[in-house]
Design a protein around this ligand. Structure first.
Ligand code: AMP
Length: 382
């Protein structure tokens, strides 16, 4: 049981979302479908979430007065962007429940805190060492060996702030440039595949997961996810066991994703946690009885969780801004494959690497679904 005694937030009430990207947009769609109102708070206007929300509030995350005003008009606050300053989360928490709580956010905001928490609690993680100076780096390379990946401890996502160190000259280049922020050196994992488990936990401690998704990244950014993952059942069961353990240990109320590397000898290592719906779970919107977004809503409102049943094998392909390089993609061509669903996030400017939308397909097997989304994406640019 979680230690949370606030009453159930029922349809008709207003949910506050910190952040305004595509995750908030899909959350707001799920919330509005169930008759809730949504207020979103972020520094920008005409945002993916704001276009769907009832009210879009433009404010800086560190403007505590603005955050308090936002929180005072909603029944519960959740977030879709985890790099909100902890002081702002604390300010909102004075007024309404914030789910998941600030403690979860604090751990997930920083790779060192996250990996230290996981290792201390017996969860398997990639080998890592904290690096705060060039001396630390040289010692860390001794411990971890090469190749290794050097990452910023804070504000890292989608491979941003990551450098692969393959040979001593790569280390020398970093030493030469100097280190003026907290970093983490991780062993480079020659994985067989990447997996993720998205799971939800309710106010009453009940847990639900969507099984295991298999993910392929391109340039460190998620490219294609399929469900169910093509791994042996014992690996899938172990991934789910670890993910549920993480939600319980962190006392999460809401949705959390655990990303894994699966090594060639079948070992699972946690790479990262995301304390919110995750890109690899977008296919749940079309392919499951309850999507990760509706589940986040149910969890943060204190409602019973919905069924996570996968209706058919499914695949999701991300649409990055690069697809707009030669003009508007050919949406009609993608829609020409009737099993494919097009999701666009309403972002105003396509930029290379920016997540603009995704495609989902359901089919008789995950491989067939992956072929459909990849074919549909290819059709977008002729
Ligand atoms: P991250 O931002 O840590 O999720 O990294 C994005 C992607 O970069 C991962 O999904 C992997 O494909 C790759 N990557 C990150 N860290 C490692 C590592 N230690 N070993 C191998 N690949 C990695």
């Amino acid at each position: 049981m979680t230690n949370d005694s606030f009453p159930i937030v029922l349809p008709g009430a207003t949910i506050g979302v910190l952040g305004s990207g595509q995750l908030g947009r899909m959350f707001a769609i799920a919330a509005r479908r169930m008759g809730y109102r949504v207020h979103t708070f972020s520094p920008e206007g005409d945002t993916p979430t704001g276009q769907v929300a009832d009210v879009e509030i433009i404010g800086q995350y560190d403007d505590l007065e603005a955050v308090r005003k936002f929180a005072s008009n909603v029944s519960v606050v959740t977030f879709e962007f985890e790099n909100v300053p902890s002081a702002s989360v604390d300010a909102a928490t004075e007024l309404v429940p914030v789910r998941p709580g600030g403690g979860v956010l604090h751990i997930a905001q920083n790779r060192l805190r996250e990996k230290t928490f996981l290792a201390r609690n017996g969860f398997p993680v990639t080998p890592f060492v904290a690096v705060r100076s060039v001396d630390d780096l040289e010692a860390a390379v001794e411990t971890i060996g090469l190749p290794a990946v050097l990452k910023t401890a804070g504000f890292g996502y989608d491979g941003k702030g990551q450098t692969k160190l393959r040979k001593p000259e790569d280390v020398a280049a970093v030493v030469e440039a100097g280190i003026d922020e907290e970093l983490i050196l991780e062993g480079f994992i020659d994985f067989a595949c990447e997996l993720s488990v998205v799971a939800a936990r309710g106010v009453d401690g009940a847990c639900a997961d969507w099984g295991v998704f298999e993910n392929v990244h391109a340039n460190h950014v998620l490219d294609v996810s399929v469900a169910p993952a093509g791994v042996p059942p014992e690996i899938a069961a172990e991934a789910v066991r670890i993910a549920r353990g993480v939600l319980e240990t962190l006392d999460v109320v809401g949705v959390l994703c655990v990303e894994f590397f699966c090594t060639r000898d079948g070992k699972l290592l946690v790479n990262e946690l995301a304390p919110r719906p995750h890109n690899s779970g977008h296919l749940t919107f079309d392919a499951c009885v309850t999507s990760q977004f509706e589940q986040q809503l149910r969890a943060v409102c204190g409602l019973p969780l919905g069924s996570t049943e996968l209706l058919r094998p499914a695949a999701m392909a991300n649409l990055l801004g690069d697809l707009w390089a030669k003009g508007e993609p050919d949406w009609a061509a993608a829609c020409g494959i009737p099993e494919v669903k097009v999701h666009l996030y309403g972002k105003l400017r396509p930029k290379p690497g920016r997540k603009m939308g995704h495609l989902t397909a359901l089919a008789e097997s995950p491989e067939a679904a992956a072929r459909l989304v990849i074919e549909a994406r290819a059709r977008l640019t002729g």
